[in-house]
Design a protein around this ligand. Sequence first.
Ligand code: MG
Length: 287
Amino acid sequence: MTVCRFCLYSVITLPLTSLSAAQEWKSGVEWQQPPIVTPGTTNDQPPSDAIVLFGGRDLSAFENGDQWLVQEGIAIPRQQEIVSKQHFGDIQLHLEWSAPAEIKGNGQGRGNSGVYLMEKYEVQILDSYENPTYFDGQAGSVYKQTPPMANAMRKPGEWNTYDIFFTAPRFKVNGDVETPGYVTLIHNGVLALNHFELLGSSSYVAPPRYEPHAETGPISLQFHGDLVRFRNIWLRELKPAVGKRTSAGFNIVKEPAREPEPETEEASAQKAVRKSDDSNDSAAGDK
Ligand code: MG
């Protein structure tokens, strides 16, 4: 016997469809209202809840900030790394950087710097515009852990943006990793790292390895001897949405909307009479 597959499908799904149309599912969690954050005039400008580490005036938010040069709203590395005075855990970090317009050196020796999350996990900054090097050391890599998913470099002298979303690792009391760190990076609007699981801290001479540390740590910017320029550095501390479960998820059964009753002949006739009376009254009022 041949069974009509469409008919069978209809028999199975139709009752379910009409059932779900009459129900709404609720999570059973009472969520707090998310905070209002006023965005910047453009998306690269700090929102109302941002902590500005460098807005163009000085590098006083950093230890050794006075060692770097600040000129016309731009910071230029000199002498040593700078380390934020404030410490952070999970963050959204925005920064803009530009490799020197005058090309000097090659590979890791050209336009090298880096942003270290918690002073340990390096997202590489390098002039990777037509400048081959090992892939897990090019711009947008987590240094010696993973290459970026794309090379979105602008030319030397042009400005690059990094938008980094960082989840700090958590450690157990005994020092074991409870949850690893994660990094997402958008480089010039292009997703370069997608929730990459950090393997440990970055090192030039040793494999990545986790060592337990505090829940928060500073942001540092590397000095590698190159005149990489920086501007517009800000971050937001990330806090998850807050809610309290008050029950298991549940359905609300809604009464389906009722079709209006068809009008009887008698009711139609009465309505017609009322309409005629109204128009006669209106005409009389005109005199
Ligand atoms: Mg570097």
